[in-house]
Design a protein around this ligand. Structure first.
Ligand SMILES: NC(=O)c1ccc[n+]([C@@H]2O[C@H](COP(=O)([O-])OP(=O)(O)OC[C@H]3O[C@@H](n4cnc5c(N)ncnc54)[C@H](O)[C@@H]3O)[C@@H](O)[C@H]2O)c1
Ligand SMILES: [Zn+2]
Length: 375
């Protein structure tokens, strides 16, 4: 299979990097990394977790060594609850002990949790060292590895501590998806449905083609679609790298929050334990479809289609017993509030997002849509 390349331009420092998508790329990771960091990088510091490292650590570290890197590794515990400053601190100590210098590189090997944490460690070690990302979950391939947002959770909230730190390169080996838990496949598919809904046209049609109840065929079509998703996100992000608060146009980075108001609220009221982030997004998309319909923006057929498509990701129903009032309260604490009001991304059709202030939307419509989405 031919490797696809997506070039990402980063505006702020006018650099660019590429995302490679293909098969059997892990054994090539050393060579790929050498190409982007040049000869002066001596140390490659791998950050991963035991689950992923057991599966793919040898392949990556062997390849890095063959390309002349001195390799050290730090394995964080597996789970969102370890995406914390405490873990970053431990990683930074290990990086210092490994003698990681300004010209060296951090390699993040894992899903979005490892990606966010390793990117943040790379952003703050010596005020910023180079960073190479090898995402191994579908969600991190199509979403978390694009855009340069890195960070950790804290008592102040989820992802509130962070930095923008663009990678020097991203390597996506779709074969790693073969070992992914089915629910993590669903989670990634839900973010892909989100991109399809925002983009419409080809991306939407190609997304529909691969949806088979949470199963994916690992091959050419999937690689192409992952590349198209990364490209779509990269395009939006490069035009609005820091998510400008004023923008409400059709290229604003805010659009990527489609379905995320409810998603964040559901994650919060279920203590981040019962739902994958991407699964919560799937429910969030159903909510947005209902809400857009109740505001006379979106027709019934589109609502039905969106519900059906979300269902075809293999998404399980919302956990029972969620109190809609608690969800509404959680909306109010969303960090995406701007000027005291939450902005909601709604749909006028497939591929036709619009941004509305939450305080302009009648509460009765919100409640009605919420009941439908929690059903
Ligand atoms: N930076 C961004 O722009 C951005 C965007 C979206 C999400 N995120 C973050 O991403 C995180 C979610 O990422 P995620 O959904 O990838 O979850 P995750 O990183 O927790 O991975 C899910 C599970 O799959 C395991 N795993 C990873 N790759 C595997 C493989 N190939 N085979 C078998 N198991 C594998 C992991 O060990 C973990 O148990 C959240 O913390 C979220 O905040 C960041
Ligand atoms: Zn998301």
């Amino acid at each position: 299979m031919k490797t696809r390349r997506v070039e990402v331009r980063t505006k702020r420092d006018e650099s660019k990097y590429s995302i490679s998508v293909g098969e059997s790329l892990l054994p090539e990771s050393g060579r790929s990394l050498r190409k982007v960091v040049g000869r002066e990088a001596r140390n490659a510091f791998v950050i991963s977790n035991p689950t992923v490292f057991k599966l793919y650590g040898d392949s990556v570290t062997d390849s890095l060594r063959s390309a002349g890197f001195d390799v050290s590794a730090f394995l964080m515990k597996d789970g969102e609850q370890y995406k914390t400053l405490t873990t970053v601190d431990a990683a930074l100590v290990a990086m210092r002990d490994a003698g990681l210098s300004r010209t060296d590189v951090v390699v993040g090997l894992g899903g979005g949790v490892v990606g966010d944490l390793s990117g943040f460690a790379a952003a703050v070690h010596l005020r910023g060292v180079r960073f190479f990302l090898i995402p191994t979950t579908l969600l991190s391939m199509v979403d978390a590895s694009v855009g340069g947002k890195t960070g950790v959770n804290s008592a102040a909230g989820k992802n509130v501590i962070g930095a923008f730190h663009q990678p020097d390169g991203v390597l996506i080996d779709i074969e790693t998806l073969g070992t992914l838990h089915r629910r993590d496949v669903t989670a990634g598919l839900c973010e892909m449905v989100k991109h399809g809904l925002l983009a419409g046209n080809g991306l939407w049609k190609d997304t529909l083609k691969i949806l088979k109840g949470g199963e994916i065929e690992i091959g050419k079509d999937l690689a192409e679609l992952i590349a198209a998703n990364a490209e779509f996100k990269a395009k939006i992000v490069s035009g609005d790298e820091r998510e400008s608060s004023e923008r409400t146009d059709s290229r604003s980075r805010k659009l990527l929050n489609l379905g995320h108001t409810l998603a964040h609220a559901l994650e919060m009221v279920t203590d981040y334990k019962h739902l994958r982030h991407g699964e919560a997004v799937g429910h969030g998309l159903k909510f947005i479809a209902e809400l857009s319909n109740s505001l006379a923006l979106l027709d019934k057929e589109s609502v039905k289609l969106i519900n059906d498509v979300v269902h075809r990701t293999g998404l399980a129903p919302v956990p029972a017993g969620i109190d809609p009032e608690k969800v509404l309260a959680a909306f109010r604490s969303d960090k995406k509030q701007i000027g005291g009001s939450l902005q909601m991304i709604l749909l006028k059709g497939i591929g036709k997002p619009v941004i509305r202030r939450m305080d302009e939307i009648p509460l009765t419509s919100v409640k009605k849509a919420l009941r439908a989405a929690l059903r």
